[in-house]
Design a protein around this ligand. Structure first.
Ligand code: AVJ
Length: 322
Protein backbone atom coordinates (compact mmCIF):
# COMPACT_ATOMS: atom_id res chain seq x y z
CA UNK A 1 0.00 0.00 0.00
CA UNK A 2 1.25 3.50 -0.81
CA UNK A 3 0.35 6.57 1.16
CA UNK A 4 1.29 10.13 0.33
CA UNK A 5 3.64 11.96 2.71
CA UNK A 6 1.04 14.56 3.61
CA UNK A 7 -1.52 11.89 4.51
CA UNK A 8 1.11 10.11 6.62
CA UNK A 9 1.96 13.32 8.49
CA UNK A 10 -1.74 13.97 9.03
CA UNK A 11 -2.22 10.51 10.54
CA UNK A 12 0.76 10.95 12.89
CA UNK A 13 -0.49 14.34 14.10
CA UNK A 14 -4.06 13.10 14.56
CA UNK A 15 -2.91 10.11 16.60
CA UNK A 16 -0.48 12.14 18.70
CA UNK A 17 -3.10 14.79 19.47
CA UNK A 18 -5.90 12.27 19.96
CA UNK A 19 -4.02 10.11 22.46
CA UNK A 20 -3.09 13.22 24.47
CA UNK A 21 -6.79 13.89 25.10
CA UNK A 22 -8.91 12.64 28.03
CA UNK A 23 -10.61 10.42 27.09
CA UNK A 24 -8.28 9.37 24.27
CA UNK A 25 -9.78 10.05 20.83
CA UNK A 26 -9.19 9.07 17.23
CA UNK A 27 -10.79 11.10 14.41
CA UNK A 28 -13.42 9.23 12.40
CA UNK A 29 -11.81 10.00 9.01
CA UNK A 30 -9.13 7.53 10.08
CA UNK A 31 -11.59 4.66 9.49
CA UNK A 32 -11.49 5.07 5.75
CA UNK A 33 -8.33 3.44 4.45
CA UNK A 34 -8.62 0.76 1.76
CA UNK A 35 -9.73 -1.92 4.21
CA UNK A 36 -12.02 0.51 6.07
CA UNK A 37 -13.74 1.53 2.82
CA UNK A 38 -14.48 -2.14 2.14
CA UNK A 39 -15.78 -2.82 5.65
CA UNK A 40 -18.02 0.26 5.40
CA UNK A 41 -19.45 -1.14 2.15
CA UNK A 42 -20.28 -4.33 4.09
CA UNK A 43 -21.89 -2.25 6.86
CA UNK A 44 -24.15 -0.57 4.31
CA UNK A 45 -25.34 -4.00 3.18
CA UNK A 46 -26.27 -5.25 6.65
CA UNK A 47 -30.01 -5.38 7.41
CA UNK A 48 -29.32 -3.78 10.82
CA UNK A 49 -27.79 -0.71 9.15
CA UNK A 50 -31.14 0.72 8.05
CA UNK A 51 -29.72 4.14 7.08
CA UNK A 52 -28.62 3.26 3.55
CA UNK A 53 -31.83 1.65 2.35
CA UNK A 54 -33.92 4.44 3.93
CA UNK A 55 -32.07 7.18 2.09
CA UNK A 56 -32.11 5.11 -1.08
CA UNK A 57 -35.91 4.93 -0.78
CA UNK A 58 -36.14 8.70 -0.17
CA UNK A 59 -34.10 9.55 -3.26
CA UNK A 60 -35.90 6.98 -5.38
CA UNK A 61 -39.39 8.20 -4.46
CA UNK A 62 -38.48 11.90 -4.59
CA UNK A 63 -36.21 12.00 -7.63
CA UNK A 64 -38.67 13.98 -9.72
CA UNK A 65 -39.51 16.35 -6.90
CA UNK A 66 -35.78 16.97 -6.49
CA UNK A 67 -35.45 17.51 -10.22
CA UNK A 68 -38.18 20.19 -9.97
CA UNK A 69 -36.52 21.86 -6.99
CA UNK A 70 -33.03 21.77 -8.44
CA UNK A 71 -33.61 22.63 -12.08
CA UNK A 72 -36.12 25.43 -11.38
CA UNK A 73 -36.81 27.08 -14.73
CA UNK A 74 -34.45 24.81 -16.58
CA UNK A 75 -31.45 27.02 -16.01
CA UNK A 76 -28.04 25.41 -15.64
CA UNK A 77 -26.78 24.41 -12.21
CA UNK A 78 -23.82 22.74 -10.55
CA UNK A 79 -24.63 19.69 -8.44
CA UNK A 80 -21.88 19.58 -5.83
CA UNK A 81 -21.54 16.56 -3.58
CA UNK A 82 -19.56 16.73 -0.35
CA UNK A 83 -18.06 13.32 0.47
CA UNK A 84 -19.44 11.44 -2.51
CA UNK A 85 -17.93 8.06 -1.60
CA UNK A 86 -19.02 5.43 -4.11
CA UNK A 87 -21.89 7.66 -5.29
CA UNK A 88 -24.31 4.72 -5.41
CA UNK A 89 -27.24 6.66 -3.97
CA UNK A 90 -26.47 9.78 -5.98
CA UNK A 91 -26.63 7.68 -9.12
CA UNK A 92 -30.43 7.48 -8.73
CA UNK A 93 -30.88 11.21 -9.12
CA UNK A 94 -28.04 11.68 -11.64
CA UNK A 95 -29.71 9.16 -13.93
CA UNK A 96 -33.13 10.73 -13.50
CA UNK A 97 -31.88 14.28 -14.07
CA UNK A 98 -30.19 13.12 -17.23
CA UNK A 99 -33.38 11.43 -18.43
CA UNK A 100 -35.18 14.72 -17.85
CA UNK A 101 -32.45 16.51 -19.83
CA UNK A 102 -31.50 18.76 -16.93
CA UNK A 103 -28.60 21.12 -17.68
CA UNK A 104 -26.15 20.45 -14.89
CA UNK A 105 -22.67 19.33 -14.10
CA UNK A 106 -21.86 16.93 -11.31
CA UNK A 107 -18.99 18.00 -9.05
CA UNK A 108 -18.04 15.43 -6.43
CA UNK A 109 -15.69 16.81 -3.75
CA UNK A 110 -13.41 14.48 -1.86
CA UNK A 111 -10.01 14.68 -0.17
CA UNK A 112 -9.21 11.22 -1.43
CA UNK A 113 -7.92 11.24 -5.02
CA UNK A 114 -8.39 7.46 -5.17
CA UNK A 115 -12.07 7.63 -4.22
CA UNK A 116 -12.64 10.42 -6.76
CA UNK A 117 -10.95 8.70 -9.65
CA UNK A 118 -12.77 5.41 -9.17
CA UNK A 119 -16.09 7.30 -8.92
CA UNK A 120 -15.29 9.31 -12.06
CA UNK A 121 -14.37 6.18 -14.00
CA UNK A 122 -17.50 4.34 -12.92
CA UNK A 123 -19.70 7.28 -13.92
CA UNK A 124 -18.01 7.51 -17.31
CA UNK A 125 -18.97 3.87 -17.74
CA UNK A 126 -22.59 3.94 -16.67
CA UNK A 127 -23.56 7.55 -17.50
CA UNK A 128 -21.23 8.47 -20.37
CA UNK A 129 -23.06 11.70 -21.23
CA UNK A 130 -22.87 13.09 -17.71
CA UNK A 131 -20.55 16.09 -17.28
CA UNK A 132 -18.36 15.32 -14.26
CA UNK A 133 -15.92 17.77 -12.67
CA UNK A 134 -14.23 16.12 -9.71
CA UNK A 135 -12.75 18.47 -7.11
CA UNK A 136 -9.89 16.93 -5.13
CA UNK A 137 -9.74 19.13 -2.05
CA UNK A 138 -10.92 19.64 1.51
CA UNK A 139 -14.51 20.92 1.75
CA UNK A 140 -13.65 24.44 2.91
CA UNK A 141 -10.94 24.95 0.28
CA UNK A 142 -13.11 23.43 -2.44
CA UNK A 143 -16.03 25.70 -1.56
CA UNK A 144 -13.84 28.76 -1.81
CA UNK A 145 -12.55 27.87 -5.26
CA UNK A 146 -16.02 26.85 -6.51
CA UNK A 147 -17.30 30.37 -6.04
CA UNK A 148 -14.25 31.97 -7.62
CA UNK A 149 -14.63 30.91 -11.18
CA UNK A 150 -18.22 30.87 -12.35
CA UNK A 151 -21.79 32.04 -12.11
CA UNK A 152 -23.82 28.81 -12.17
CA UNK A 153 -26.46 28.30 -9.53
CA UNK A 154 -25.31 25.71 -7.01
CA UNK A 155 -26.98 22.77 -5.33
CA UNK A 156 -25.04 21.04 -2.56
CA UNK A 157 -25.52 17.44 -1.44
CA UNK A 158 -24.32 16.15 1.92
CA UNK A 159 -25.92 12.72 2.13
CA UNK A 160 -25.63 9.44 3.99
CA UNK A 161 -25.88 10.92 7.50
CA UNK A 162 -22.28 12.03 7.12
CA UNK A 163 -23.31 15.10 9.12
CA UNK A 164 -23.76 12.69 12.03
CA UNK A 165 -19.99 12.48 12.47
CA UNK A 166 -20.20 16.03 13.87
CA UNK A 167 -21.74 16.76 17.24
CA UNK A 168 -24.68 19.20 16.92
CA UNK A 169 -22.52 22.24 17.65
CA UNK A 170 -19.90 21.25 15.07
CA UNK A 171 -22.71 20.51 12.61
CA UNK A 172 -23.99 24.05 13.10
CA UNK A 173 -20.54 25.45 12.34
CA UNK A 174 -20.15 23.25 9.30
CA UNK A 175 -23.54 24.15 7.82
CA UNK A 176 -22.92 27.83 8.61
CA UNK A 177 -19.64 27.60 6.73
CA UNK A 178 -21.43 26.24 3.65
CA UNK A 179 -24.29 28.73 4.04
CA UNK A 180 -21.90 31.67 4.20
CA UNK A 181 -20.66 30.73 0.73
CA UNK A 182 -24.11 30.15 -0.76
CA UNK A 183 -25.80 32.80 -2.89
CA UNK A 184 -29.48 33.54 -3.32
CA UNK A 185 -31.15 30.64 -5.13
CA UNK A 186 -28.51 28.11 -4.06
CA UNK A 187 -29.78 24.99 -2.28
CA UNK A 188 -28.43 22.37 0.13
CA UNK A 189 -29.74 18.83 0.69
CA UNK A 190 -28.57 17.11 3.90
CA UNK A 191 -29.29 13.52 4.99
CA UNK A 192 -30.07 13.23 8.72
CA UNK A 193 -30.57 9.99 10.62
CA UNK A 194 -33.47 10.51 13.01
CA UNK A 195 -34.08 9.55 16.64
CA UNK A 196 -36.10 6.33 16.83
CA UNK A 197 -36.41 3.15 18.92
CA UNK A 198 -33.09 3.18 20.81
CA UNK A 199 -32.67 -0.58 20.35
CA UNK A 200 -32.84 -0.22 16.57
CA UNK A 201 -30.12 2.42 16.62
CA UNK A 202 -28.01 0.42 19.05
CA UNK A 203 -28.27 -2.65 16.77
CA UNK A 204 -27.12 -0.66 13.73
CA UNK A 205 -23.81 0.06 15.50
CA UNK A 206 -23.54 -3.22 17.43
CA UNK A 207 -24.42 -5.76 14.76
CA UNK A 208 -24.45 -9.50 15.50
CA UNK A 209 -22.18 -10.21 12.50
CA UNK A 210 -19.29 -8.33 14.09
CA UNK A 211 -18.81 -6.18 11.00
CA UNK A 212 -18.95 -2.87 12.89
CA UNK A 213 -16.55 -4.35 15.43
CA UNK A 214 -14.18 -5.09 12.53
CA UNK A 215 -14.63 -1.51 11.29
CA UNK A 216 -13.48 -0.18 14.67
CA UNK A 217 -10.67 -2.70 15.10
CA UNK A 218 -9.35 -1.75 11.67
CA UNK A 219 -8.23 1.55 13.23
CA UNK A 220 -5.72 -0.33 15.38
CA UNK A 221 -4.60 -2.47 12.46
CA UNK A 222 -4.10 0.69 10.41
CA UNK A 223 -1.97 2.28 13.13
CA UNK A 224 0.09 -0.90 13.38
CA UNK A 225 0.75 -0.87 9.65
CA UNK A 226 1.20 2.84 9.00
CA UNK A 227 2.79 4.03 12.24
CA UNK A 228 4.54 0.87 13.37
CA UNK A 229 2.25 0.62 16.39
CA UNK A 230 1.99 -2.62 18.37
CA UNK A 231 -1.71 -2.84 19.19
CA UNK A 232 -3.12 -6.31 19.83
CA UNK A 233 -6.72 -5.86 18.66
CA UNK A 234 -7.96 -8.67 20.92
CA UNK A 235 -6.90 -6.59 23.91
CA UNK A 236 -9.65 -4.07 23.06
CA UNK A 237 -13.42 -4.37 22.96
CA UNK A 238 -15.73 -2.58 20.51
CA UNK A 239 -18.47 -0.79 22.45
CA UNK A 240 -21.04 1.51 20.81
CA UNK A 241 -23.53 3.34 22.98
CA UNK A 242 -26.66 5.28 21.97
CA UNK A 243 -27.99 7.94 24.32
CA UNK A 244 -31.68 8.52 23.51
CA UNK A 245 -31.65 11.79 25.45
CA UNK A 246 -29.01 13.58 23.37
CA UNK A 247 -29.39 11.43 20.25
CA UNK A 248 -25.67 10.76 20.24
CA UNK A 249 -24.17 7.37 19.46
CA UNK A 250 -20.56 7.15 20.60
CA UNK A 251 -18.27 4.30 19.63
CA UNK A 252 -15.42 3.21 21.83
CA UNK A 253 -12.53 0.80 21.89
CA UNK A 254 -12.16 -0.30 25.51
CA UNK A 255 -8.83 -1.58 26.81
CA UNK A 256 -9.35 -5.01 28.40
CA UNK A 257 -6.24 -4.71 30.56
CA UNK A 258 -3.54 -2.31 31.64
CA UNK A 259 -1.09 -2.14 28.74
CA UNK A 260 1.60 -0.07 27.07
CA UNK A 261 1.53 0.14 23.31
CA UNK A 262 4.68 1.22 21.51
CA UNK A 263 4.17 3.47 18.46
CA UNK A 264 7.33 3.59 16.38
CA UNK A 265 6.41 6.72 14.41
CA UNK A 266 5.96 8.63 17.68
CA UNK A 267 8.99 6.94 19.27
CA UNK A 268 7.00 6.49 22.43
CA UNK A 269 4.67 4.14 24.25
CA UNK A 270 1.08 4.97 25.05
CA UNK A 271 -0.34 3.67 28.31
CA UNK A 272 -3.87 2.32 28.71
CA UNK A 273 -5.39 1.59 32.08
CA UNK A 274 -7.69 -1.39 32.40
CA UNK A 275 -11.14 -0.33 31.01
CA UNK A 276 -9.77 2.91 29.64
CA UNK A 277 -11.48 3.96 26.41
CA UNK A 278 -10.52 5.35 23.03
CA UNK A 279 -13.49 7.33 21.71
CA UNK A 280 -13.51 6.62 17.95
CA UNK A 281 -16.73 8.04 16.51
CA UNK A 282 -19.83 10.16 16.97
CA UNK A 283 -22.97 9.19 15.03
CA UNK A 284 -25.48 11.88 15.92
CA UNK A 285 -29.22 11.26 15.56
CA UNK A 286 -31.58 14.20 15.07
CA UNK A 287 -35.14 15.28 15.74
CA UNK A 288 -36.90 18.02 13.79
CA UNK A 289 -36.34 20.81 16.37
CA UNK A 290 -32.59 20.07 16.29
CA UNK A 291 -32.62 20.40 12.49
CA UNK A 292 -34.56 23.66 12.75
CA UNK A 293 -31.94 24.94 15.17
CA UNK A 294 -29.20 24.28 12.62
CA UNK A 295 -31.20 26.10 9.94
CA UNK A 296 -31.77 29.10 12.21
CA UNK A 297 -28.13 29.29 13.29
CA UNK A 298 -26.90 29.27 9.70
CA UNK A 299 -29.63 31.57 8.38
CA UNK A 300 -30.98 29.00 5.99
CA UNK A 301 -34.62 28.40 5.22
CA UNK A 302 -36.04 24.87 5.24
CA UNK A 303 -37.80 24.13 1.96
CA UNK A 304 -38.87 20.51 2.52
CA UNK A 305 -38.46 17.41 4.69
CA UNK A 306 -38.26 14.19 2.65
CA UNK A 307 -38.85 10.99 4.65
CA UNK A 308 -38.74 7.25 4.03
CA UNK A 309 -42.00 5.43 4.75
CA UNK A 310 -40.91 4.51 8.31
CA UNK A 311 -39.67 8.03 9.10
CA UNK A 312 -36.30 6.65 10.17
CA UNK A 313 -34.34 9.07 8.03
CA UNK A 314 -34.82 12.52 6.54
CA UNK A 315 -33.27 14.36 3.62
CA UNK A 316 -33.79 18.04 4.36
CA UNK A 317 -33.72 20.67 1.62
CA UNK A 318 -32.43 24.10 2.68
CA UNK A 319 -32.14 27.26 0.67
CA UNK A 320 -30.37 30.56 1.11
CA UNK A 321 -32.82 33.09 2.57
CA UNK A 322 -33.93 35.87 0.23
C1 AVJ B 1 -20.71 7.19 7.36
C2 AVJ B 1 -20.72 8.50 9.34
C3 AVJ B 1 -22.78 7.92 8.27
O1 AVJ B 1 -22.05 7.04 11.55
O2 AVJ B 1 -23.56 5.80 10.60
C4 AVJ B 1 -21.33 3.15 10.30
C5 AVJ B 1 -20.28 5.47 9.75
N1 AVJ B 1 -19.90 3.92 11.70
N2 AVJ B 1 -21.20 2.27 11.30
C6 AVJ B 1 -22.45 6.33 10.63
C7 AVJ B 1 -20.51 4.21 10.55
C8 AVJ B 1 -20.31 2.73 12.15
C9 AVJ B 1 -21.56 6.15 9.38
N3 AVJ B 1 -21.43 7.43 8.61
Amino acid sequence: MTITDSKYTEVIHAVEAGFAKHPKRLPSWLFYDEAGDKIFQAIMHMPEYYLTSCEYEILQSNKDKLYQYFSKHDDAFDLIELGAGDGLKTEIILRHFQDRKAAFRYMPIDVSATVLSSLTHRLADILPKLVVHPVNNRYDEALRTLYNDDVNRKVFLFLGANIGNFDPHEAENFVSMIASRMRQGDQLLIGFDLKKDPRLIQAAYDDPHGITRQFNMNLLIRLNRELGATFIPDQFRHYPCYDPETGMTKSYLVSLRAQDVYIAALQTSVHFDRWEVIHTEVSQKYDIPMIETIAAASELEIVDFLYDCKHYFCDVLFKKKN
